[in-house]
Design a protein around this ligand. Structure first.
Ligand code: MG
Length: 318
């Protein structure tokens, strides 16, 4: 199968999944054309995944299609951007039809579910590598950034943390229990927090998505903002499944393992007070921003300790 046939058969349908007025010209020309509405900024990001490094060898292609787009789209969520379209550069060892069918199926359901249309791409032969560039837009000048956290702000996270990292132990499990199935679902099919990110525009002082683990990613925010924070480990939102699987170790996963694609954000307390109830229900306050640089942990079980620096090499993040 040649490159054009491969694109026509497997990827053209994704370009037609749903019309987007913003994509004036999509797959099939030398470039795609995206129209940026008056009063909005273009927000874009690229994410590369390499077999054996960012996903396991022989990984299910359906999940790979979903995960690769979810990971890239999560960066749009972190900026508060509304998703528009994406491009895909796919390097494949061979044009295996079964693999391509599964991959396109996973990618297609993710693209429909996140609201991004395929606007173009490229295929080449080589070791399995995927690069996805995602495009979104945000109200002019209002993209959420890592650099806006100020002393006194609250530190919050969405959802539950640590589930995807715990799933790495069970990727080969032939008969997963309900708890295992729950964390596996979080690993295979993460859901970027697009609506939440967009709702935090104008409210959050900073935001990042948790791809490498809370400590690492909150650390980026603190550094970019020139501040520090204390996190109360007993406040970490942990799923019942994670707690039952990992017991006393659950908090370590919540602090350090990656791939959950939840959001970590900071917000001044006076803005939090007036935030809509529907937003508050999606977020958990886990700590506070302080002038003193560095990240401090308190309130954790003895298994965790209170030294955030000691977590650098723990966890299954990618
Ligand atoms: Mg990110």
């Amino acid at each position: 199968m040649g490159e054009f046939e491969l694109i026509r058969r497997y990827f053209q349908p994704l370009a037609e999944n749903h019309g987007s007025e913003a994509v004036v010209l999509g797959v099939g020309d030398d470039c795609a054309v995206q129209r940026i509405p008056e009063g909005r900024d273009l927000v874009f990001s690229i994410d590369t995944m390499v077999e054996g490094i960012h996903f396991p060898q022989e990984y299910c292609p359906d999940y790979l299609g979903w995960r690769a787009l979810a990971a890239a789209t999560s960066d749009l969520a972190a900026m508060g951007a509304a998703p528009v379209c994406f491009t895909l550069a796919l390097t494949l060892p061979e044009a295996n039809e079964q693999w391509l069918t599964g991959f396109a199926r996973g990618l297609s359901s993710a693209s429909e579910s996140f609201g991004l249309v395929l606007a173009g791409g490229d295929t080449t032969r080589g070791p399995l590598v995927l690069s996805m560039q995602v495009h979104g837009t945000v109200r002019r000048g209002e993209a959420l950034r890592r650099s806006g956290a100020r002393a006194g702000d609250l530190v919050l996270v969405s959802g539950t943390l640590g589930d995807a990292g715990a799933a790495l132990d069970f990727l080969e499990e032939p008969r997963p229990s309900d708890d295992m199935a729950f964390v596996l679902g979080r690993y295979h099919q993460p859901r970027p927090r697009l609506d939440l990110g967009a709702s935090m525009v104008g409210l959050a002082s900073s935001c990042i998505d948790i791809s490498d683990g809370l400590i690492a990613d909150l650390g980026h925010v603190l550094k970019a903002s020139g501040v520090g924070a204390t996190v109360d480990v007993s406040k970490l939102p942990l799923s019942a499944a994670l707690c039952s699987i990992k017991g006393i170790e659950a908090a370590r996963y919540g602090l350090s393992s990656g791939d959950d694609y939840e959001l970590c954000l900071t917000i001044p307390p006076e803005r939090w007070k007036v935030a809509p109830e529907a937003l508050k229900q999606q977020l958990t306050i886990i700590g506070a921003v302080e002038q003193n640089p560095g990240l401090r942990l308190r309130g954790g079980p003895d298994a965790v300790g209170n030294n955030a620096a000691g977590f650098d090499h723990f966890g299954g993040g990618s």
